[in-house]
Design a binder for this molecule. Structure first.
Ligand SMILES: [Mg+2]
Length: 199
């Protein structure tokens, strides 16, 4: 397996976010990747350098500069289950499990150097005790029926996907059954770095 995959988010034709991740496994549970603190990523920014978040127009993403950053503070294990419209993130700080995050997104597209996804704004935060809550419902709702985002019907499907995953947390099913909460990366893995041109 290669050392690095590029995981990119698209908004319309524009890369809005790119992160270098280390591939861990690719099997019947899905594609599993490791994003350690120190890894390279790039995001669209405002003129003052703060990340561009929740811009309501596709063109805003093309116009904003893509700036290189370093992923900091938390390590993340990310699972893309097969053909799923979400990914599940295990957050760690210095080896301590902090909880999960369900990122609702389009089913990933694979290419030679990595994977591309379209973020759906709406997320779910799942605490270690498996209580959960929606996140960013406002920005998700604000983009319904906007060009390049999602229709009303699609927004219902996105939310339904989230509800199905949250029900797994309620039942303590995989991936919320303790799997990988004690995950440790192989110390030999290099910290993944962005290629010179992540676009
Ligand atoms: Mg999201």
């Amino acid at each position: 397996m290669v050392d690095m995959l590029l995981r990119r988010y698209f908004r319309g034709p524009h890369v809005s976010w790119a992160q270098a991740v280390h591939p861990v496994a690719d099997d019947e549970r899905g594609l599993l990747v490791w994003l350690p603190a120190g890894a390279g990523f790039a995001c669209r920014t405002e003129p003052d350098g703060t990340p561009l978040r929740d811009a309501p127009a596709i063109e805003d993403y093309g116009a904003a500069p893509l700036r290189r950053r370093t992923w900091a503070d938390r390590d993340v294990l990310i699972l893309h289950p097969p053909a799923a419209a979400h990914s599940v993130w295990w957050f760690f700080r210095e080896g301590r499990f902090l909880g999960w995050y369900v990122n609702l997104e389009a089913v990933l597209a694979r290419h030679a150097g990595g994977i591309d996804v379209i973020d759906h704004h709406l997320d779910i935060v799942v605490d270690p005790d498996r209580t959960w809550r929606w996140k960013d419902e406002d920005t998700f709702a604000a983009c319904v029926d906007r060009p390049g985002f999602w229709t009303t019907a699609e927004s219902l499907a996105i939310r339904a996907e989230g509800s199905r995953v949250a029900a797994k947390a309620d039942r303590g099913e995989f991936p919320f059954d303790g799997t990988w909460q004690d995950f440790r990366p192989d110390p030999a893995w290099p910290v993944p770095n962005l290629p010179p041109n992540p676009l």
